[in-house]
Design a protein around this ligand. Sequence first.
Ligand code: GUN
Length: 283
Amino acid sequence: MTAKLIDGNALAAQVRAEVSGRTAALKAKGVQPHLAIILVGDDPASQVYTKHKAADSEQTGLKATLERFPASMPEADLLARIRALNEDPSVHGILVQLPIPRHMDTHKVIEAIAPAKDVDGFHVASAGALMVGQPGFWPCTPFGCLKMLDSIGYELKGKHAVVIGRSNIVGKPMAMMLLGRDATVTICHSRTKDLGAITRQADVIVAAVGKRNVLTADMVKPGAVVIDVGMNRNDEGKLCGDVDFAGVKEVAGWITPVPGGVGPMTRAMLLVNTITAAERAAG
Ligand code: GUN
């Protein structure tokens, strides 16, 4: 192995320690930072994710309230509950776990969250703020990826960063964050022709497609930094990313593992956004 590993678990622990410090400072001023998590329906994965989010919050001193509703909940009731949380000054962050039941309009539900409490960073106001470089909330996964690049002291200015994937919650915001750091950014996607010809020019590659082996060793410039956002299962049912880790680690300069890479960082950045929301509210 030639690549150095960027350890998401270790970095996430550092981030949580920083959040704990900020939480303690706010509590000393009489403010209890509070994240409201809404889960509609009983999707098994969502139940696990929301439990983790609540446990992570409590571990760093943030109060987390997990509100569970049946899948049959009318959309109007969910919107009313979100509006009530928007108005509640004791709540600093609101997260509606996705996916929500199909009779609900995801866009409408996310837009109902007050931008000042949008700790997922999914609201159009958050996306717009990132686009124009104004304070807002950055989506947790790309924010975590940026933090990983910062953790190795990587200077993005003038570097060519290639993002594979154009989703609203990872690819697009990731590209904006890298652009904000003066990288030259290329966004590739499922219709990109000759992906390898583009990725071979990259100093930094962020793979966020949701498909195994999207990035193989022959597609990577020696020494490049490779961030793997993928969460897939291989034929043996083991968790794996979008990157052919075994091959790419022999070429890359730095690489993130799956598991233990971007996943823990995504969880940690939600805590950062929540304490940030509470600090802003406290003034
Ligand atoms: N479902 C899967 N990932 C996420 C996430 O980051 N936020 C929310 N709200 N729902 C999700």
